[in-house]
Structures are given as C-alpha cells and as structure tokens.
Ligand binder design. Structure first.
Ligand SMILES: Cc1cc2nc3c(=O)[nH]c(=O)nc-3n(C[C@H](O)[C@H](O)[C@H](O)COP(=O)(O)O)c2cc1C
Length: 352
C-alpha cells in the first residue's frame, strides 16, 4: 500500500504538472544588488559549508524523494553517487516501509556510494511518535545515515481519502529524539512552509535544524488529488495552501536554528536569494527527480553542477566571495513579500 503510493508519487511527479499554479515562492520579490566593481574571480568564489558534522563543497542538499521502496533502489543509488561526486548532502525519502519491515532497508543502503557526504534518513512525525526513539535511532544506524529528518505534512494527509486526520504536536518525540541524536535531527515541511510559531516549538523541543519547504514548488495536495480517481479538473484551494518559501525564511530567522531553504528552489539564482535571506543551505526535490528521469546519474550531476555554477556566478555579481559575504549583501525586498513580512511583524509586535 505505502509502496504503491510512493510509486504513484514518483510517476506523477515525473509526468504531470504538480507545482503550485497561483502561489509562488515570492523569491521574485527578492533582488540581489549588482556590484560592478566586485574585484572577485570566479575560481576564487568559496561555497564550502558544514552540515550534520560533515563538510560540503556547496550549500546544497538533494531533497527527500524516494526512500525505502524497492523500486527506488536505482534512483537512490544514483542520487548517492551524484551527492558524493559533487560534495553535497543527500536527504532520503520516507523510511516508513522500514518501520513496518526492516528488510525494506535495502533500497536505502547507499552509504557505500556516498562515503563522505551527509546522508539524512526520513520519517513522518505521526510514524515517529508511534515508533519511539529507540526504533528511530535504529532507522538511522541501520543505513549508516548521519541524522534523521522528521517531516510534517498535514495538508497532504488531509487531501488523501486514506490520510491521517489527527495531528498530535509531536513535541515529546522531538525532545526525546534530539536528546538521543543531538544536532542531527531536522524538522521539515513538505511544501507548506514553517511559521515562526511552529519554528519556536521545534526549537523548544531541542531540534537545531529546520527545512522550511515552503509553498511555490511541488504541491502535495495537488499530487494527492491527481492520484484520486475523482480528482476533477479544477484545482481546489487546498492545492494552493501554504507559506511561500521566501516568507517562511523570514519567519524562522533569529531563533538560532540552522536553516535549510526548499520548496520551489529551481536554479542557482533562487538558491543565492535564499542564502542571502538567511538560509544556511538549500534543498531541491522535484527538479532533481526530473533531471534523473531525463538523464539518469549524468542528468542529476549535470543539473546540480549547473546550479552550483549559477550560484557562484550570482555570488560574484553580488560582490560576495563566500557564503558569509552573501548573507551580508542585504537584498531589496519588494511587492507581496514586503507586504507579508510587514503584516506578520505588525501582528507579532501587537501580540507581545
Ligand atoms: C516524488 C517526491 C517524493 C517525495 N517524498 C518525500 C518523502 O518521502 N519525505 C519527505 O519529507 N518529503 C518528500 N518529498 C517532499 C520534498 O522533499 C520537498 O519538501 C517538496 O517536494 C518541496 O520541494 P520541491 O518544490 O523542490 O519539490 C517528496 C517530493 C517529491 C517530488
């Protein structure tokens, strides 16, 4: 059942238009300022960083995609090889099948192809709460991962007829897990973004890494409706629900969390804007899957090396020789993004 759902997801995301249509990331309202006298050389641009105790050549993660289903074995292997070749991180998709059958671990055994880069396991908060910390730590250990991502996906569950309807806040399991795996637990959304309120609770539970996975990229309610035989042709409001990625980056700032930006990040310019807005790293899911569909391992390596080259180009033109300098550039914020930020800040001030 889970395996066939996962295969539907992979197929639909390869073949159909599954992205938000009306809502965007609002990264189009972020403008990096051109510096004509940057005094930098392309080869001197530094993008190294660290994640879950390991060194990365670029602040990039392959987003959670495929996980523990047998049919994803080749995809997982190629993603691991691409991550190793480029010196970037790999987030695996849900290991839920492994909680039900430990033999399902096979497709997630990718450490031999990516010995030097961070590999992050994945499970939903509902399953995490049921499984308990011992089994979750076992999930990480059994595949030689560096840490575990816990995903939040209420909008996706609500748009499935067989999905969950009750969403416990998960603080207890997050607290216990972050004590067991200190600095190696990441909480992520799956495309609806993380608010300041949610980020504060995540931080209070002892978690140190958050992936905003905001709106504007893959729409999971839409993917679920495409799976349903009664999907209709009109897109419903739930397909467009969520906090745009750029807004979510503002929401989670200043709490001392390591921030991953994802949800609709599609190229090196998007990545540079996210990093200038305070993200420490960026992740991409859908475009990586599609690059694999087009060209297998070479397709993924080609796509992601292009993203890194674009990122370096934007850094040079913005006068930023390294990631710290990029974070200090102070982009100009316009339009709807400015309105979101102003409205949220006014509300937060009035509640204090
Ligand atoms: C085919 C596919 C499968 C996914 N499976 C998972 C998953 O198992 N666990 C998870 O946390 N996120 C999963 N995601 C969500 C992504 O990690 C990401 O948060 C979301 O798609 C937004 O990023 P994007 O716009 O770059 O796709 C999946 C995404 C895709 C495209």
């Amino acid at each position: 059942m889970i395996g066939s759902r996962k295969l539907d997801h992979l197929k639909l995301c390869q073949e159909m238009d599954v992205e938000y249509r009306d809502k965007t990331t609002l990264l189009e309202n972020v403008h990096l300022v051109h510096q004509a006298l940057a005094g930098l050389s392309f080869d001197g641009i530094r993008t190294e960083t660290r994640f879950m105790g390991r060194r990365l050549k670029a602040p990039l993660l392959i987003g959670a995609l495929s996980g523990g289903v047998e049919e994803a074995r080749d995809l997982n292997r190629d993603l691991a090889k691409a991550a190793q070749r480029l010196g970037i991180g790999l987030c695996l998709g849900s290991q839920r099948p492994m909680l039900e059958d430990p033999k399902a671990a096979g497709s997630c055994q990718v450490r031999r192809w990516a010995p030097d880069v961070p590999i992050v396991g994945n499970v939903g908060i509902q399953q995490a709460a049921k499984a308990g910390v011992g089994r979750l730590a076992g999930l990480v250990r059994s595949i030689g991962a560096d840490g575990l991502a816990i995903h939040l996906n209420a909008a996706q569950e609500l748009s499935q007829s067989e999905g969950d309807r009750s969403f416990p806040d998960g603080s207890a399991v997050l607290k216990a897990l972050s004590r067991r795996l200190p600095g190696r637990v990441m909480v992520k959304e799956t495309g609806c973004g993380i608010s300041r309120e949610a980020a504060s609770r995540i931080k209070a539970a002892g978690v140190r890494i958050v992936d905003v996975a905001g709106a504007g990229g893959t729409s999971w309610p839409w993917v679920e409706r495409l799976r349903s035989p009664r999907r209709g042709t009109k897109r419903r409001w739930l397909d467009e629900w969520g906090i745009p990625t750029a807004v979510s980056l503002f929401e989670v700032q200043g709490l001392g969390l390591q921030i991953v930006a994802s949800g609709g990040v599609r190229n090196g310019l998007d990545a540079a804007k996210c990093l200038a807005l305070g993200a420490d790293l960026v992740a991409m899911a859908l475009p990586v899957l599609r690059s694999h569909g087009r060209g297998g391992l070479d397709g993924v390596v080609g796509f992601l090396s292009g993203v890194i080259e674009e990122l370096k180009t934007v850094m040079l033109l913005s006068g930023a020789g390294d990631l710290q300098a990029l974070a200090r550039t102070g982009p100009v914020i316009t339009g709807n993004l400015k309105e979101w930020i102003t409205s949220r800040r006014t509300r937060q001030r009035s509640r204090r």
